[in-house]
Design a protein around this ligand. Sequence first.
Ligand code: PGA
Ligand code: ZN
Length: 456
Amino acid sequence: MVEYLKIVYVRGRQVLDSRGNPAVEAAVTVRNCIDGELTEGRAIVPAGSGIGGREAAEIRDGGDAFMETDVKTAARNIEKYLQEPLAGTEVTDQRRIDHILRETGGRENKEGNLSGSGANALLAVSLASADAAAKALHVPLYRYLGGVQGQKMPVPMMTVIDGGAHADNSLDVQEFMIVPVGADSMAQGIEWCCEIYRTLKKILFNRGLATSVGDEGGFAPNLSTEIEAVNFMMEAIHASGFEPGRDVCISLDVAAGTWQERGAAGNREGKEDGAPWKERGNGDYCMPKQKRCYSSRELIQEWEDLVERYPVFSLEDPLGAQDWEGWLELTQRLGDRTLLVGDDLFADAHLADAPGENARERLQRGIQEGCGNAILIQPGKIGTLSEIMELAQLAKEHGYRAIISHRRGESEDSFIADLAVALNTGLIKTGAPSRGERTAKYNQLLRIEEELYGQV
Ligand code: PGA
Ligand code: ZN
């Protein structure tokens, strides 16, 4: 390959995420071999909730293993361990960069995936390299990543109510989203969602409910059931002048794995209160806050009832990541009516029953067995940019939708906005239209749409 834009420096630093937690930022500087100009690209990779110890960290230096759990050290290790192998590499050769990153910094850990701070440091370098390449070439990031093909504006899946691990309220479903399926453009979709979001705030306020927001910017009221939350969303959609189903649909991220893991407080009849879910022995789902328990079969029935009554666009992790049988049954019953999105199903690196599997293998298993029909792609859970792209491609080849997603802890970095357009996935999930780290992505999408299609 002709050397044109060579990597000269690779640096890391610890910065903040939206929750005041440490996050890894990488900076990659390249030199233009023709005119000597230096350009720096940057990327921040924040952490998520991490269930089942997913955020535990292990990074390795060739054969010389070292364990690092803190972000500061992982950030420092970027320079210490990656500067030398990457220096001189052509920055547009992303596959080579990612290969070097995997070889040098991140042998797969024993659970099969890169994870934790070390993995975040590698991903930050991977993304920062693409950012540097785009800047040095003076093209927008989405165009660098997607070329001529990358031009489909995604439909935003906007969180309006937070629950589960994302808020200290009474709701057990993690995210309640609205999806403006009938909007003609990104800008219109965002406008509709903002209107509904503001209307919802008024509705909640008028009922004396809290309108403070959770980690992803959704309101976090104390309600007695999830259905009450869905009804409030429906009311807000109607009151804003939209027709549910035609203009705007509803999506949930259940994160049902957390109902199994943290189901210790559940109280199913005949089962001891406080028993860890594993000791229940039957894979029950116990809502940790509302203390209602379901068997996999009962929960599937709940989802079927929901899809019958409401315009449900998608259900994310409606069952736990070990419940393949349940997923198959659910997909057979609802797969032609709604998107069944695997997030933890495909990308949880610490599944007790799946040592050695990674997201690609798990998606392949899902495809083969007919479990789910969509995948959530959160860069923070997948190794490098090349792997993210391969995963999206694999999904596409098998008719699975791919949703590019933010994480619970986020930053002002808007890489995923460009990535969603570049990969033509048609869907992005990046929180509420509030909190700067969420609006950073929506604002970037507005800029991209204007650039691609003019002012709409
Ligand atoms: P996270 O996941 O909390 O791990 O970032 C958010 C999600 O499940 O969508
Ligand atoms: Zn999720």
